[in-house]
Design a protein around this ligand. Structure first.
Ligand code: PMP
Length: 398
């Protein structure tokens, strides 16, 4: 059967996402493995109104095939949003709207990566990006994550040793899976390095506006003077993932190429969705909607950190994010998080998390775990993390 598939279809690649979803937890299970926003916070009434209005305004035309330029107004809004939220100075021509940030990652991989091309990823990194890039069979180089983002000394050594590195993929704000945020100094320095060592930066930042404490930082792209940064964002976490709307901001030449690849792949994003989103942004203040969600996520983050502080053994380390959806735990090296999950946490404790291995390009580390705090309430956090700590403690002493 395998000879049916193109060489490009790497067998391991589909498994990365499947591996994340663990086993079933039953009715009273507590899921720290999710990555979704809290659906109770979706602005359903406003979105319903926006869809209705979009249909009333355009009638059957909105269900026709659309021309890309028809959504210039939405792209103008996004350019303005990029200025307001990320200090990026661009116009509508620098933007391509995609089906979620995920399609943007795939199209950028398709545009830039030949088999064997060298790319730097953070260790750990977003599993969906690895899954998208795997299709193009690149050669990955891992660089460690520090508490303030990617380790630049190690990055520079990798760049010196491999002068053909083409792309660096980074999630600078409230990183998935670690929750870590890249410091101001490192943002500036990354752009300097991209110019010096001649590579591009893919800045993927769907959690950027979900900051619960600390000071907002400018995007890496805001330091970009020579079109070296491709900026990917999404409405999935700040509005609703089911809309499947994301976008790329980049140099016009790259956007034009990406647009052609998107057309070959899906012709276009559903016009009704884009028209409704445009209408939603016309009638509502998206920043206000985001601000209204923050207290719920902030108290969940604080609740989880407080229980971790109270219950975890001292040789377990964890990050202290200022936003986003995730906390990353590092267990003593002898512990295999996957085994802990499938042998104890799922069958006995009825709790789930994502074992760290899938987030490494080389799948070579097994003692990390990603905990989601956005999709669980404070009682679940208290009960679930207390159980987790107990199970970790017994695994350490076993
Ligand atoms: N990048 C990162 C870092 C993510 O966490 C996600 C979603 N989990 C995405 C991209 C893709 O999201 P979407 O396609 O829903 O925009």
């Amino acid at each position: 059967m395998n000879d049916v598939f193109a060489d490009r279809v790497v067998t391991g690649s589909e498994d990365r996402l499947a591996e994340m979803f663990g086993g079933s937890l039953g009715e009273n299970g507590i899921k720290f493995s999710a990555g979704n926003p809290n659906s109770e916070l979706f602005p359903i009434a406003q979105m319903k109104q926006a869809f209705n209005k979009a249909i009333d305004k355009s009638g059957s035309q909105i269900f026709e095939y659309q021309t890309v330029s028809g959504f210039e107004k939405l792209r103008e809004r996004l350019a303005q949003w990029a200025g307001q939220t990320a200090d990026i100075n661009i116009t509508a021509d620098n933007i391509l709207v995609t089906q979620g940030g995920q399609q943007a990652l795939d199209l950028i991989g398709k545009l830039m990566l030949n088999a064997g091309d060298e790319i730097v990823v953070e260790a750990p990194t977003y599993v969906g990006a690895l899954s998208a890039f795997d299709q193009y069979d690149p050669c990955y180089y891992d660089v460690e994550m520090d508490d303030d983002g990617i380790n630049l000394e190690q990055l520079e050594l990798v760049l010196q040793a491999h002068p053909n590195i083409k792309l660096l993929y980074t999630v600078p704000d409230f990183h998935n899976p670690t929750g870590v945020t890249l410091s101001f100094r490192k943002r500036e320095k990354l752009v300097e390095l991209a110019e010096r060592y001649d590579f591009f930066i893919l800045e993927d930042t769907p959690y950027r506006d979900l900051r619960y404490k600390g000071i907002k930082l400018p995007a890496i792209k805001s330091f970009d003077r020579h079109g070296r940064v491709l900026y990917v964002s999404s409405f999935s976490k700040i509005l609703m993932p089911g809309l499947r709307v994301g976008w790329v901001a980049a140099d016009k030449i790259l956007i034009e190429r990406l647009r052609k690849l998107k057309t070959s792949s899906d012709l276009e994003t559903p016009g009704i969705v884009l028209a409704a989103l445009d209408q939603y942004m016309e009638n509502n203040d998206l920043s206000k909607h985001i601000a209204e969600m923050l207290p719920t996520y902030r108290s969940r983050l604080e609740a989880m950190l407080a229980v971790l502080d109270k219950t975890m053994p001292t040789d377990v380390r964890y990050t202290r994010p200022e936003g986003g959806f995730f906390i990353w735990l590092t267990l003593p090296e002898v512990i295999d998080a996957q085994k802990l999950l499938s042998e104890i946490c799922i069958p006995k404790d009825r709790i789930s998390f994502v074992p760290g291995k899938v987030f490494y390009a080389q799948r070579n580390r097994k003692n990390g775990m990603r905990l989601n705090f956005s999709g669980v309430d404070e009682e679940q956090i208290k009960v679930g993390i207390t159980k987790l700590a107990k199970s970790i403690r017994s695994a350490i002493t076993a």
